[in-house]
Design a protein around this ligand. Structure first.
Ligand SMILES: Nc1ncnc2c1ncn2[C@@H]1O[C@H](COP(=O)(O)OP(=O)(O)OP(=O)(O)O)[C@@H](O)[C@H]1O
Length: 231
């Protein structure tokens, strides 16, 4: 197995609060990996480290063979847990912005994705519903031809039909490009079938990790495993 992301012994504290506490992870190349865990487990903290937005206090981390940096981010498409838009932006302006500023951005694909996700060009970003925001962010992320896709909670607060559209768009992107995908999520039930590998995080540490097929064969459904670890 070739590893796209490798973290060992990562710690990060915010004041007295330990967000990551000796976190170890190996994310295989060309697969879809889930980071799973309850609120406050440390998932977003780790996701932010991958693009260098947050620095570990200790431990080592390599992403596509390099330490996180602005240069390395050219090869990463990152969907943050919260959307931020420019004032007065619309779907069209957001796509124009992507075409100007995001490396390896394919504008035609962004339009295609926006259309298939039901986003009209003149829809204003201000006042968008949570589901519309998530779909627009995803369209911008998936329109980039990069080897690594990192999605922080792409399904949270999204209705079932939007979620299905997002999953379909993701699978389409994954199968047409050779990409490594890392997703952190709570939505195990609906998205279980999407993942090849899973990493369960508890209190800033890896509680369990492996291929979903092996984990299922050895320990039952992902939901059962989740309940056993966190219940
Ligand atoms: N910028 C920050 N300042 C202070 N504390 C933080 C900050 N970011 C995260 N934390 C704390 O670190 C811990 C881990 O948070 P993190 O957001 O990484 O968890 P998470 O697993 O992504 O949770 P959720 O599923 O709720 O998003 C939490 O206790 C959180 O309050």
């Amino acid at each position: 197995m070739t590893v796209a992301i490798k973290g060992a012994g990562i710690t990060k504290s915010y004041g007295k609060r330990r967000a990551l506490d000796g976190f170890d992870i190996e994310v295989p190349e060309y697969a879809i990996t889930a980071i799973l865990g309850p609120n406050g487990a440390g998932k977003s903290t780790f996701m932010r480290m991958l693009t260098g937005m947050v620095e570990p206090d200790s431990g080592t981390l390599t992403v596509l063979g390099e330490r996180p940096s602005w240069q390395n981010n050219r090869r990463i498409s990152y969907l943050p847990d919260r959307a931020r838009w420019y004032q007065g932006h619309t779907v069209e302006k957001a796509i124009e912005w992507g075409a100007r500023l995001l490396p390896e951005f394919r504008k035609d694909e962004a339009w295609e994705l926006a259309g298939s996700l039901g986003l009209e060009a003149d829809l204003e970003t201000e006042g968008m519903s949570k589901g519309q925001e998530a779909r627009l962010m995803l369209a911008l992320c998936l329109a980039r031809e990069v080897p690594l896709l990192i999605l922080d909670e792409p399904f949270s607060g999204i209705d079932m039909l939007s979620r299905e559209k997002i999953v379909a768009a993701l699978i389409d992107s994954f199968s047409t490009r050779r990409q490594t995908v890392l997703i952190c999520t709570h939505e195990i039930a609906e998205t279980e079938s999407l993942f090849d590998h899973a990493v369960f995080v508890n209190d800033g540490r890896t509680a369990l990790a492996g291929s979903v097929e092996d984990l299922r064969a050895e320990r039952g459904s992902m939901q059962d495993i989740y309940r056993r670890i966190y219940g």
